[in-house]
Design a protein around this ligand. Structure first.
Ligand code: ADP
Ligand code: MG
Length: 346
């Protein structure tokens, strides 16, 4: 099944072969036609080790600017809580102490760890926040990676079942010394979901909030759908596929975001828990659906699971669809994106 490239699309997908010039997001997703934002309130800022951008429509531009600030402040707040790069963050405290004694986590962090563990069960371990036991040994900027012995040692610390949550006490405990958690595969989705929530509560009806490869759309682009582009994973700045979407979340995970190449091997930031090595076989995995927290975690999971297992998983989630580009550059679509006549060609 699902072994060949699916090029027949529903009417809602279009393919682009040429670059589209300026793009708003520099990572997995690229918005089309930024000129269309001329009258919108919007900005892009470096945050969470990536870029966060907010574009919203407001009849009162001053109020729009305030709304924008509120979203950026929220992103910074979440980053302070959940960044493993910040020594004083709640998650860093857990990583330092949870192997020795239960550590109390605030409701928000506790909730996101709980969701992460649930998604590990759903994805049969493809999504695993303890990936960081191995992941911590990478530094992509200085082309640093763990040697085989380190990977082998740390693999025993890479298992979401080593994380124990006590619901009543609100505590996190690691069952083993050496375990580390990192919410890098889900926190940006949480940020964009929270950002859009804030805007919605302020009465804003049209907006897009993007953090790295994760976007959450609020409403439409004032009478037209948002056009969201999936990057060509091997042609910088080019869009492979663009998708019109409204009121949805979309996340892309790619092997071209944080990586270095060595002896023909690409070492990148998505770890396959069963091997402890960067996942191979997929160049990019995109998932869209109602909740950015889940699209973020699922895009990482589908990347790890590969075309067949990844799309099979999406087939069990009625509200979620996906597009996967394999190592040969072939494009595969989840069943819900196919026209009935396209399916009959299989
Ligand atoms: P981005 O950070 O560009 O949004 P993804 O959503 O694809 O990228 O998530 C990749 C990040 O997820 C990595 O940088 C890392 O922090 C984390 N990660 C890597 N492997 C896994 C995994 N198997 N399970 C959960 N999180 C992972
Ligand atoms: Mg993701």
């Amino acid at each position: 099944m699902k072994s060949k490239s699916r090029s027949l699309l529903t009417g809602c997908l279009t393919k682009h072969n040429s670059g589209l010039g300026l793009t708003l997001a520099t990572f997995g997703l690229a918005l089309l036609a930024p000129a269309a934002f001329a009258d919108w309130v919007g900005e892009t800022r470096p945050l969470m080790g990536t870029e966060v951008s907010v574009y919203l429509w407001s009849d009162d531009p001053e109020d729009g600017r305030l709304a924008l600030e509120q979203v950026f402040n929220e992103a910074a707040r979440i980053d302070r809580l959940m960044s493993t790069y910040k020594h004083e963050s709640e998650i860093s405290k857990i990583n330092r102490e949870a192997a020795s004694a239960p550590v109390v986590a605030g409701d928000e962090l506790f909730g996101l760890i709980q969701r992460s563990l649930d998604i590990s069960v759903l994805t049969l371990g493809a999504f695993d926040i303890t990936f960081d036991s191995v992941g911590q040994h990478y530094d992509f900027r200085s082309r640093q990676r763990p040697d085989a012995e380190t990977v082998e040692d740390e693999r025993s610390n890479l298992d979401y079942r080593l994380v124990e949550l006590d619901q009543a006490a609100g505590t996190v405990t690691f069952r083993k010394e050496g375990v580390r958690i990192n919410l890098g595969g889900i926190a940006k989705g949480y940020v964009v979901e929270r950002g859009v929530d804030l805007l919605r509560h302020r009465g804003i009806e049209n907006a897009i909030v993007t953090a790295g490869g994760d976007s959450r759309l609020l409403g439409d682009r004032r009478g037209r759908p948002w056009m969201v582009g999936i990057r060509d994973p091997r042609k910088d700045g080019e869009v492979a596929i663009s998708i019109p979407l409204e009121d949805e979340a979309i996340s892309t995970s790619g092997d071209y975001e944080r990586y270095f190449d060595e002896d023909g091997v690409r070492y990148h930031h998505i770890i396959k828990p069963s091997t402890g090595e960067p996942a191979s076989g997929v160049l990019s995995a995109t998932v869209f659906g109602p909740d950015a927290v889940l699209t973020d975690a699922l895009s990482t999971s589908v990347f790890v699971m590969g075309v067949e297992r990844g799309l099979t998983l999406l087939g069990t989630l009625p509200d979620y669809e996906g597009i996967v580009i394999n190592a040969e550059g072939e494009v595969f679509y989840s069943d819900g994106l196919m026209q009935p006549e396209a399916q009959s060609h299989d």
